[in-house]
Design a protein around this ligand. Structure first.
Ligand code: IMP
Length: 199
């Protein structure tokens, strides 16, 4: 069976990828299976660059098919910030709570219809030859005025899904995964993986 190395140590992400690829003839591994590989620096200025850096590095180092992803929040009234800097928006030490507070402070006084935002995720698939492919997914919403809900992570407590009137932090994992930017991007990546497997 062909092996696919997911360029992450995050067990939540790995579970999501494994669930979406469960029906396909792929043995899904992660960086946990290659503990000696050096830390990968995310030096790109776009989600695509960072996803490619992760997948290319891992494909090169393992000689196996690799999948990397990068994601973040784009807020329209902040010209797309925090974007690729989402994880470290409020600086070190990295803290979801401080990131959310910084976002709320920057958006104080902005009316509801101007609080539109989206999560974006880019998935890169890279073959050991260096051949690469990209897939992308988005999840549209708007930023609330206070943090609501205790599930999920990151900016979920501020991210309201308009059709539901709930934040992502109020959804259980299965419901979030159905609409998330990551699952949309991974679903787009499945035909790419299948075409590689057919060769
Ligand atoms: P990464 O793709 O794991 O590097 O995610 C970068 C950052 O984007 C995270 O640390 C979060 O701050 C934010 N982010 C990405 N996906 C989500 C999500 O599904 N919910 C909330 N925040 C997210």
């Amino acid at each position: 069976m062909e092996k696919l190395v997911v360029a992450t140590k995050n067990q939540g992400k790995l579970r999501e990828v494994k669930a979406l690829l469960a029906d396909y003839p792929l043995e899904v591994l992660s960086l946990k299976d290659f503990p000696d590989l050096p830390e990968i620096e995310e030096t790109g200025s776009t989600f695509a660059e960072n996803a490619l850096i992760k997948a290319t590095t891992v494909a090169k180092q393992t000689g196996l098919l690799a999948l990397g992803d990068d994601s973040g929040l784009e807020v329209d009234c902040l010209d797309g910030r925090p974007g690729v800097l989402s994880a470290r928006f409020a600086g070190e030490p990295v803290s979801d709570w401080r990131n959310n507070q910084k976002l709320l402070a920057l958006m104080a006084g902005i009316e509801p219809e101007k609080r539109t935002a989206r999560f974006r995720c880019v998935v890169a698939i890279v073959e050991p030859t260096g051949q690469s492919y990209l897939a992308e997914g988005t999840c549209e919403g708007r930023i609330g005025y206070t943090m609501v809900g205790d599930q999920g992570f990151g900016y979920d407590p501020l991210f309201i899904i308009p059709g539901l009137g709930l934040t992502l932090a109020q959804l259980d994992m299965a419901s979030k995964n159905k609409i998330s930017h990551r699952s949309q991007a991974l679903k787009q990546a499945i035909p790419i993986l299948l075409s590689i497997l057919k060769r």
